[in-house]
Ligand binder design. Sequence first.
Ligand code: SF4
Length: 392
Amino acid sequence: MTDTNCQPTNLLGLDLDGLVALCQELGEKRFRATQLFRWIHQRGEADFAQMTDLAKSLRSKLAGVAEVTAPPVLSEHESRDGTIKWLFDMGGGNAIETVYIPESDRGTLCISSQAGCAVGCRFCSTGHQGFSRNLSSAEIVAQLWYAEHFLRRRSGRAERVISNVVMMGMGEPLQNYRQLVPSLRIMLDDHAYGLSRRRVTVSTSGVVPLIDRLAQDCPVALAVSLHAPDDALRDHLVPLNRKHPIDELLAACTAYLAHAPRDFLTFEYCMLDGVNDRPEQARALVQLVRRHEPAGLRCKFNLIPFNPFPASGLQRSSDAAIGAFARILSNAGLVTTVRKTRGDDIDAACGQLVGEVQDRTHAGQRMAERRAAMQHHRGGAARRAPKIRMIP
Ligand code: SF4
């Protein structure tokens, strides 16, 4: 199975059904697909010659039509708290970020789904860079494959290191739906990573029709970027809201819960100083949830201290404002957490490293011009000089 340009198929992007189809095309039995799947994802093997329980004839057939390969790593940053951020080269001047966040009871990997993003949220560094392209399922899964086996090798552990995946890196995952679903199936498959549906989270800015489809095709945990208690403000912060306003979004969220692996969903709320962090806005949020509770909405809130970047013209809410906001939600009975800031010493906002690299190499001229125009428009400060260790 090769693509129309006779490029080898990257097996990282094939779920088990896809591998079965490949094996049948090569005249092999179905169980060979399971063996191959395990070699690739459970053992991290990329060299067909090393897959010793596969017949030699199959190994040589595979070598002619397929490959197992992750994109090149441009840089790797490790924080004092153990957070690791990789920058992968996606070709054509594009790069994406993947972040590993270790905690005492879990290891979480934050994965990108697109190079850039078309949604254009005001507080997001990736959104300010514009959209370049969708990632293939191989490029999405490659982030998990690379990180998992890198971490296992480094720690000398044979068992799984990454227990949770969040599709919260660069891109709107539901706007890359066709590549997202097989990627999720690979993450969940017991012959591959065997992650629990409860521990794989898709985070969306609110692509309502595809929330409905995900409920049917591959229901995993859902997080929704809310960021505002009313349409007027959300139209401004998350432009997709003009197409799918808050009531429509919350109705889709409520319907999703009938299929979801958890009985609640998470609302992400980025805390922006003087924009969405006032006590009356917390109270409006409580009212919003109350309006949808009779239909079955169950949710928790995750307040995210904004990670400032110069082109945004926005500032992080004070700790006092975040605390007061959280108390209003909690006192109203809404489970509320404040996200810990991790890896602060290795970079700033999600997507910012990519912007720095593109500035440095001048590969992303279009994005740089867009940022410059925004800075001019908002009177923003000049960007910091990049501080990135490049991997040759
Ligand atoms: S927050 Fe997410 S959806 Fe919004 S611009 Fe950034 S990557 Fe895109």
